[in-house]
Design a protein around this ligand. Structure first.
Ligand code: SAH
Ligand code: SF4
Ligand code: F3S
Length: 481
């Protein structure tokens, strides 16, 4: 495939007229029109929503916290499992009464769910009060669609994946000043048989590395402390480009940007977790010793039917190499239980892999059939009661392992980036270790966005609990888990 040219400007000309109209309304009403965003799904969607919010702000909206205050609502949807779709559809249903109260309210849907043709059709027919729909590849068209809707009063729908465009230069409204998400590639070519993502995100497209480097330099300069590079298969970066510059090269280049910050990336596909990449990580100054490496299943037969392109033995080799180079590496994984045809023996293989690898964390999912994917058509779908029983066993085993894995960290000084008051327990602050483990501790809220040295005295499967040893500033960069 040819390298794509970054595109700019396609959205800019539509921003100005909406801004002018919103400035007029602001002068007349004494407050800016409100825009409310709701995001489902993965970090890729969170990053997209930060761009949608950036565009909304540029168009003269104020971002508001509730749908009731809004003149524009954007729902960014996910399609990865049925549950995610149901939640989005139910919320969209609830917005009908807001439209009845405020006829000028504009309701826009975007993201993976509406990029599926059958869902776009359903929205068209059954949700007539939805004004704008744009697919994952059409984010840059949002201002144009909004302007056209405002001018004509007609619904505007572009639900497809526009695969050739990488729109650079879209304004970003970041939720945090010290943690940032940076998409470096879009799409997926892997077609795992259970997964909808390749259909709704299109083929792999990598951003120009100079654009990524500039974005990171600006982030670090602005005081950002924790940067996560995003891609459906972040380590496939560069494969669609002609210059041979791969993900390991990119990571090495970004690591050279000076400053006091941590660099992370997700999600990696085990088939692309190269030794070159692991070597770069091990030698780096800023890259966290943390690897999210979705295993999905611990049976070679299931992995084959999933089209994952690796065996459990190859997966274990990668883990050994990782731990050889970085003994302190935090490993996490995604596991699917109840994939079609999964036998008791296959599932026992998954439990065995958990015991052998001893992940610090897993994200586990019950298989959810996705329309249009090969696995949805497979015979031997596993009954829900069997899926749930296996899911519970998996969690019970992982909880034991995670708790045990946290014990050696007790009493050791760890670098933690403080996120401020814990949502669940406002008496405590929370933060993340370099290995991305959650830490809870007492302290002043002024630590938010700063690295502190934390010592844990207790740990369960999900978090470390302890206190701050000292507040840190400056350019210290020693690394702990
Ligand atoms: N690109 C990433 C993650 C994609 S989606 C990767 O390849 O690892 C995140 C996780 O959702 C997947 O790793 C998988 O474990 C899970 N998932 C995807 N499709 C699913 C489905 N149909 N049912 C259940 N879990 C699914
Ligand atoms: Fe889905 Fe597989 Fe692509 Fe991940 S690698 S997004 S699981 S198809
Ligand atoms: Fe969901 Fe789309 Fe992400 S399907 S998980 S929001 S790529």
């Amino acid at each position: 495939m040819e390298n794509q040219k970054p595109e700019t400007g396609r959205f800019s000309e539509w921003i100005a007229p909406i801004r002018a109209e919103n400035d007029r309304l602001t002068a007349a009403n004494g407050k800016r029109p409100g825009a409310h965003l709701l995001t489902f799904g993965c970090q890729q969607n969170v990053a997209d929503s930060e761009k949608i919010a950036g565009l909304a702000e540029a168009m003269g909206y104020e971002i508001v916290g509730t749908p009731e205050e809004a003149d524009l609502i954007v729902v960014n949807t996910c399609a990865v499992r049925e549950h995610a779709e149901k939640k989005a559809l139910s919320i969209i249903g609830q917005f009908k009464h807001l439209k009845a109260k405020n006829p000028d309210l504009i309701l826009a849907l975007c993201g993976c769910m509406v990029t599926q043709p059958h869902r776009a059709e359903e929205i068209k027919k059954r949700y007539p009060y939805v004004d704008i729909v744009f697919g994952t590849g059409a984010l840059h068209l949002f201002p144009q669609l909004l302007w056209e809707k405002k001018q004509t009063g007609k619904r505007r729908m572009v639900p497809d994946v526009t695969e050739t465009i990488i729109a650079e230069g879209i304004p970003v409204r970041r939720e945090s000043g010290y943690r940032a998400w940076v998409s470096i590639m879009y799409g997926c070519n892997n077609f795992c048989t259970y997964c909808i993502v390749p259909y709704v995100r299109g083929r792999e497209r990598s951003r120009d590395h100079a654009c990524i480097e500039r974005e990171l330099e600006e982030l670090v300069k602005s005081g950002c402390k924790d940067i996560t590079l995003l891609g459906q298969n972040v380590n496939s970066y560069g494969k669609d480009r002609a210059d041979g510059f791969d993900f390991a090269d990119l990571l090495a280049k970004l690591d050279a940007i000076p400053g006091d910050y941590t660099l992370r990336f997700m999600t990696s596909h085990p088939k692309d977790a190269s030794r070159k990449l692991i070597d770069v990580m091990a030698k780096s100054t800023h890259v966290a010793h943390q690897f999210h490496l979705p295993l999905q299943a611990g049976s070679d037969a299931v992995l084959r039917r999933m089209n994952r392109k690796y065996t459990t033995a190859q997966y274990l080799e990668t883990v050994d190499y990782l731990r050889g180079k970085m003994p302190d590496v935090t490993l996490s994984s995604d596991i699917i239980v109840g994939f079609p045809g999964e036998t008791d023996e296959d599932f026992a293989g998954t439990l065995e892999m958990l015991e052998r690898v001893r992940f610090d964390m897993i994200f586990s999912f019950i298989y959810s059939p996705r329309k249009g994917t090969p696995a949805a058509e497979m015979e031997d779908q596993v009954p829900p009661d069997v899926q749930h029983a296996r899911f519970d066993r998996l969690l019970a085993l992982q909880n034991e392992i995670a708790k045990e894995k946290n014990q050696p960290l007790l009493g050791k000084p760890l670098r933690v980036l403080c996120d401020g008051k814990s949502k669940n327990n406002p008496a405590l602050l929370s933060g993340r270790t370099d290995g991305n483990k959650i830490a809870f501790f007492e302290g002043e809220e002024t630590n938010t966005g700063r690295f502190v040295t934390f010592v844990a005295d207790r740990a369960d499967a999900y978090a470390l609990y302890g206190s701050i040893r000292e507040e840190r500033t400056g350019s210290e960069n020693d690394r702990n888990i």
